[in-house]
Write a protein that binds this ligand. Structure first.
Ligand code: URA
Length: 441
């Protein structure tokens, strides 16, 4: 077999055989397939796409390129959730304890923030003492005893994807549906859960800009999950504006706590309930309607908040900070950003809001850069809201005037104002499962 022939087959629109895909993934992972041939193949896939069989084979080959986590020491059905990435997306920190407080175990491996999107691990580390660097034995013990844990991915989880993702990032081949689907699903499958709920974001802050693209990506991922025996559901949700009001690490943990105290913005609260309910129903805890009611009940009773405190304590964190969020690290400087005109917020460029938060210190340019836990943005106005000239639209938190200047400039660029009220679109656009697509908007 020769890489040259594989590239030519795909370039000419032919389906690759399972053996050809295996040859590519193994050769690329062990370094015998050079970067230039891997990038040519990625570009051919970008243009010609892949069949569902090819995408599933690519996924399983990548999943098997490193550790396959065996969660069998953890009792019961294990469910996982994954978001395709967005701004202000702190749902895992609320959803994981909600699901665990309903009696379903969650053994979650999460990632760090990069570019304009935040990462759950950075958010958790803003809680003093909370560690995400936990070995497998302790991870299993915490999940068995507490019901949930959120840790970092092991270094050898899907090494083929690490390499391929880095290559796609510099060869303009990230936004290909079969490549995104296989990248995400290979990590979810290698992480070992029995069932997976995917939160597929769509809009100005997401990879998928349109609902149709997001639905297509969802279908591809659900098909892969079901094919390999993992019950999979995808919810397509809006990322045309940030989720909730807070963007930044400690700020987002505080807003996740607000969810567990029934005191969060509606879009965020309802997203958390819907994700939790879908996870619970995949774990056979009841119908979707029953699971929504169960999730709401555990939040209202305070059980879900107590579960978050237990999880944080088990991971070495100081849960008294969760009970008194004023004790989170505070930014040394704040600045109020004011509306340049009277009218309505007509549109938000969500990616720019994320870039503004990163410029304030909440994000990182490279994976090993440090983040400022206290930096971020608290949005007072979002799409559809009325504003008066000079009124506060957001508060910025940072450690230097220079960063505040940059953050303010980017944030003002992210807002568009108009004279007429606009309707913001519903938050959930579709639910995709093995039974088909249910359009929700
Ligand atoms: N997230 C991933 O893990 N992979 C992609 O390709 C895109 C988003």
């Amino acid at each position: 077999m020769r890489m040259y022939d594989l590239i030519k087959h795909k370039r000419d629109g032919r389906e690759l055989s399972d053996e050809e895909i295996r040859y590519f993934v193994r050769g690329y992972a062990d370094g015998t397939v050079p970067e230039y041939q891997a990038s040519a193949l990625a570009m051919a896939i970008f243009y010609q796409g892949m069949s569902s069989r090819e995408t599933a084979t690519l996924t399983m080959e990548m999943a098997g390129s490193g550790d396959m986590v065996d969660l069998s020491p953890i009792e019961g059905i294990k469910v996982d959730k994954h978001s395709t990435g967005g701004v202000g997306d702190k749902t895992s920190i609320a959803v994981v304890p909600i699901v665990a407080s309903c009696g379903v175990r969650v053994a979650k491996m999460s990632g760090r923030g990069l570019g304009h999107t935040g990462g759950t691990l950075d958010k958790l580390e803003s809680i003093p003492g909370c560690s995400v660097d936990i070995d497998e034995e302790r991870f299993f013990k915490i999940v068995n005893e507490v019901g949930c844990a959120i840790i970092g991915q092991t270094a050898n989880l899907v090494p083929a994807d690490k390499k391929l993702y880095a290559l796609r990032d510099v060869t303009a081949t990230v936004d290909s549906i079969p490549l995104i689907a296989s990248s995400i699903m290979s990590k979810k499958i290698a992480s070992g859960a029995d069932a997976i709920v995917l939160d597929v974001k769509c809009g100005s802050g997401a990879f998928m800009k349109s609902a149709d693209q997001a639905i297509e990506l969802s279908q591809a991922m659900v098909a892969i999950g079901e094919k390999v025996g993992r019950s999979t559901v995808a919810l397509v949700s809006d990322m045309d504006q940030p989720l909730g009001a807070k963007v930044g690490n400690a700020l987002e943990v505080i807003e996740a706590i607000d969810v567990l105290h029934e005191d969060a913005p509606t879009d965020l609260f309802e997203t958390c309930i819907e994700l939790a309910a879908n996870m619970l129903t995949l774990a056979n805890a009841g119908t979707l309607e029953q699971c929504r009611a169960l999730a709401r009940e555990k939040v209202a009773s305070g059980a879900a908040f107590e579960k978050l405190c237990e999880m944080v304590t088990a991971q070495g964190g100081d849960s008294s900070v969760l009970r008194d969020p004023s004790r989170f690290q505070q930014a040394s400087l704040t600045r109020v950003v004011r509306a340049p005109r009277t009218g309505y917020v007509s549109k938000m460029n969500t990616e720019l809001v994320g870039t503004a938060a990163a410029a304030l210190g909440a994000g990182r340019e490279t994976l090993d850069a440090a983040v400022d836990f206290s930096a971020g943005i608290d949005l007072a106005r979002k799409t559809g809201d009325a504003v008066e000239q000079g009124e506060a639209i957001a508060t910025l938190f940072s450690s230097s005037e220079e960063r505040l200047d940059q953050g303010e400039r980017l944030l003002l660029e992210a807002y568009e104002f108009g004279d007429e009220p606009v309707e913001s679109r519903p938050h959930f656009l579709a639910r995709v499962s093995k039974d088909g697509i249910e359009k929700l908007a």
